[in-house]
Structure formats: C-alpha cells, structure tokens
Design a protein around this ligand. Structure first.
Ligand SMILES: Nc1nc2c(c(=O)[nH]1)N[C@H]1C(S)=C(S)[C@@H](COP(=O)(O)OP(=O)(O)OC[C@H]3O[C@@H](n4cnc5c(N)ncnc54)[C@H](O)[C@@H]3O)O[C@H]1N2
Ligand code: MOO
Length: 480
C-alpha cells in the first residue's frame, strides 16, 4: 500500500501478503457463518450443494482430453453445484500456481479501487483527528467566563493559532485547530456578548466540551480494516481520511470475450437467416459486474483457425467464448481445445438451460469458459462457471445463498437442475415466462435466478435464489 508518508514496518510486511493469504482470510470469514441480510431472505443455512440434493463436490480429477470427454457427454456432465465448486477451485489453483504467472496485489489510485478487495490491512498513517479540533462553531475559551474575545477568529484549514490565556476566548469554526490552553468550546447558540464585547456562557460549559482530541478515532499505526475487506465508498473515504492516495488490492481479473457465429449481425434488423448478436452487448457489462476487467471483445465468425489464434494469443485470466460448444458442423470450441492441449475441467453441466457449457484450463493460470450460444443458456453459464471463477480470482467472498418460497409451480427437468428467472414480490419469488434457452425476455425483467431441483418445484416450495448482480444493488455492481 502506498501513501504520502513512508510505510511503517507493519505496512511493509503487509505489502508482502500474497493473494492466497487474502483468499484464505476471505474464506475464513465466510466460514464464521456470517449471513447475508437481504431483508427478505430466509437463510436456512443450506449450501447450494445441499439445496440441490447433489454430492459435495470433489476436486477435478486428472487431466482428461477434450476427445475422451466429448463422447458420452451427457453422462459425464457435471452436477450444477459441483460445476460451480470446480470453477472456484480452478481459480484458487491458478492463484497458488507459480509466482511468475500470478498477478500480484498492486497499488491502485483510490478512485480505481472501488469494488476490489484489500490485499493489505488498512493501517492509519496518521492520528485521526490529526490535531485537536473544534466539534462546533462558537468560541474556544480558556478558564471560567466571562471571557475577553480576540478580534481575529480561527477557521478550518489555518495554521496553529496563538495560545489562549486564562479568561480569553476566540471565535472558532467547526474543524478548526484548537488554540493551545483552550479548556472548552462554547457553541455559538450557548454564548452571548455584552455591550463591552465580553462573552458570557448561557449554560454550564464542561472541561473539554466540544473538543475532538487528536487521536480520538485512531492513532497512527492502528489497524482500521483487515486484509480481505471489500473496498466500498465508505472504505475509500476512510482511506483518504487516514492519508492514503493508493490502496493495495487484489487486481481485477482480466477477461476477453470471443463471439463466435457467422450468423450474427451487429446492427439493424434480423434478415435472411441472420440474427442480431445479443451476447456481444450483454457479456462485457455483465462480466464487469462480476468483477472482471474486459480487455477485448472479438467477433470471430465460425472460423476454427481464427479461434485457435485468438485463444493462444490471449493473455487474459479468463477467455469467454460464446456459441460453438455443441457438436454441430461449425462448433469449433471442443476441437480447438483438444488441438491446443487444453485440460477440460467441466464438460457439460446438468443444468437447463446451458448444459453444453464448459470450463477448460488453457495454461496454468488461464482458463476458458465456453458459453452456449443460446442467450439464456449463456447467462446460465455465466452464473455457473464465470461467476465463481471471477469471484475467487478477485478474492471476493461467496454471497450467502438465500431462499424464498415460489409463488407458482415450476416444471423441472427429470434429472437436471433448472435455472428460472424470477422477480421478487414481497416474500416470494414469482417465476417469469419466456424462460426458454433462446429467450432473454424473462431474464431482462428478472431480479434473480431460482434454482429448481430435478423434478420441479411446487407453489410455496422454498428455492435457492441468486440475485442478478445489479438487482442486489451491492458494491459488486460496477459497470465502469
Ligand atoms: N444435436 C444436438 N444439438 C444441440 C444440442 C444437443 O444436445 N444435441 N444442444 C442444444 C443446446 S441445449 C444448446 S444451448 C445449443 C448450444 O449450441 P452452441 O453453443 O454450439 O451454440 P451455437 O450453435 O453457435 O448457437 C446456438 C443458438 O444460439 C444462437 N446464438 C449464438 N450466438 C449468439 C449470439 N451472440 N447472440 C444471439 N444468439 C446467438 C445461434 O444463432 C443458435 O440459434 O446447441 C443445441 N443443439
Ligand atoms: O443449453 Mo440449451 O439452451 O439448454 O437449450
């Protein structure tokens, strides 16, 4: 963490903190059972794994080639909660990889730190307040009244005023430095000057009244916030007050989006079998809301060689592809991953929509999430694979799952989890229509996605909900 003053020994140590240690702290805090208070949520304490009736996830097994996994795809598909856990673990593994590949915590200017996680404790670089200061507009007085009032007053931001002598007072503004030997501040509404200009108190003034003593809030070197704290607007304010110009934070993971498909138009009306690209405009801000920095969006058509080149040339932490995940004649994602020797960690997920989604490790510290082309299926892939991966890379704690009863019955898939857009009304979740894989009409009106277990859910049944990043109105909402 850098600041105007030279770092103390404690700060210098803090700068050595690794992202792994930040993650460990964040995870520790998560394990304390802290619950998220949504004001509407009823947390049953169930994890997403238990809520969906799936096995507790195991770490990914040994590397499997894209080819071997492509056969027998449905049986090999990963249960939904386990897929989320594998994505989080993959990010943790990337962070504990070789130091060369790791992105170290870095100092960033305050205005670039919002929504990131502190990688060093916020330690006060000064006493706060840093000098004795007046808490009110009025007079600084010395000894008992009445007092002779000096001609010239003391304003905030001025140099140290002359000491007061017993029986003397000086006009003072809120936030101004207290003159030495002041015994109290008399508020303007509690004092009156007589015709000779002498000041009288209208009520008893206690010793030290309305003086904020130096160090009242903290002493130089006190720890104000621990490693792992999310940088909120309030944290930025505290950091500035405590003397910081930059904060050392876990860097935003870098994401690159590769939009595949020859059928996509970037403007105008759909025509002659061509359709508008819905994912190019949707994914970058969504990924930003999940904490990523989007370094590029490339439209590659259905060109296998262009896809190979783009993946191998990328230096993003996460490459996100759209479309081309199935087994059609121009679905190039699997063959390309196989060709470049990527390791498939998730090859299909038992979730609807979105079951062809995939997660691969391209290099030690680089992953690829393959989103299916159907737009709501792509959203499902974002929530299932990209969200846990990005959140873990950014050292953000996992949001506590919460549950609400469903207002209306929802049909389920016989074996797979379903994700359904819902709006939250009072104490229940109302399922939205237009939730087919190719449709965005439901999700565009939604507050959250409800997790429907295999077999469906009846009206009144409590379902796990995942807020859409903007609906939760949290600090994670960071579209810039
Ligand atoms: N024989 C089978 N065919 C399909 C299966 C299957 O199991 N067996 N699964 C279906 C499911 S489910 C999905 S989802 C899709 C996944 O397909 P891909 O990931 O290969 O995606 P594409 O074929 O490229 O596109 C699917 C669909 O989405 C439209 N699309 C693609 N990109 C965009 C975009 N950027 N904006 C708007 N719409 C987009 C595309 O035009 C297609 O209509 O496979 C099924 N097939
Ligand atoms: O993933 Mo597909 O969109 O389930 O239909």
């Amino acid at each position: 963490m850098t600041a105007r003053s030279t770092p103390t020994g404690a700060q210098a140590d803090a700068e050595d903190l690794d992202v792994e240690e930040v993650l460990a702290l964040v995870n520790d805090r998560r394990d304390t059972g802290r619950t998220r208070d949504t004001g509407r949520a009823r947390d049953t304490g169930r994890t997403s794994d238990r809520a969906s009736g799936e096995q507790v996830p195991q770490p990914p097994g040994p590397a499997q080639s894209a080819a071997s996994l492509k056969s027998d795809a449905h049986h090999r598909a990963t249960p939904w909660p386990q897929a989320r856990d594998i994505a989080a673990r993959a990010a943790r593994a990337a962070r504990s990889g070789t130091p060369a590949g790791r992105r170290a915590p870095a100092p960033v200017p305050l205005d670039a730190a919002l929504g990131l996680t502190l990688a060093a404790p916020l330690t006060a670089l000064t006493d706060l307040p840093s000098f004795d200061t007046s808490a009110m507009d009025g007079w600084a007085v010395a000894g008992p009244g009445p007092w002779d009032v000096r001609d010239e007053g003391v304003l905030a931001g001025h140099a140290e005023p002359q000491p007061l002598s017993d029986g003397e007072a000086v006009r003072i503004a809120t936030g101004a430095r207290i003159p030495p030997d002041t015994t109290a501040v008399l508020r303007s509404e509690h004092g009156r000057t007589d015709t000779q200009g002498r000041l009288h108190a209208l009520r008893e003034t206690k010793h030290g009244q309305d003086i904020r003593p130096r160090g009242q809030e903290c002493r130089n070197g006190d720890q104000l916030l621990p490693v792992g704290t999310l940088v909120t607007p309030a944290v930025l304010g505290l950091a500035a007050a405590a003397g910081y110009d930059t904060l050392t934070v876990v860097p935003r993971p870098r994401a690159e989006v590769l939009v595949l498909g020859d059928e996509l138009l970037t403007e105008g009306l759909p025509r002659e079998g061509l359709i508008r690209d819905a994912l190019g405009p949707m994914l970058p801000p969504w990924l930003r809301a999940l904490g990523a920095e989007v370094i590029a969006v490339r439209r590659l058509g259905d060109d296998a060689e262009a896809l190979r080149k783009a993946i191998t040339a990328s230096d993003a932490d996460l490459v996100v592809t759209t479309g081309g995940t199935a087994a059609g004649p121009v679905d190039h994602v699997h063959p390309t991953l196989q060709r470049i020797g990527a390791e498939l960690l998730v090859n299909g997920v038992k979730v609807r929509p979105g079951h062809p989604m995939l997660l691969a490790r391209i290099k030690e510290n680089q992953h690829l999430v393959g989103l299916p082309g159907n737009p709501l299926a792509a959203v499902s892939g974002l929530l299932t694979l990209a969200e846990p991966l990005l959140r873990t890379l950014a050292a953000h704690p996992a949001p506590e799952p919460y549950v609400l009863p469903l207002r209306d019955e929802v049909h389920g898939h016989p074996y797979d989890t379903r994700l359904i857009p819902v709006v939250l009304r009072g104490d229940s979740a109302v399922p939205l229509h237009y939730n087919g894989p190719a449709m965005l009409r439901g999700i565009a009106a939604a507050d959250a996605l409800a997790v429907v277990p295999p077999g469906g859910a009846r009206a009144g049944q409590e379902l796990e909900l995942h807020d859409l990043p903007w609906a939760s109105a949290g600090i994670g909402v960071c579209f810039t």
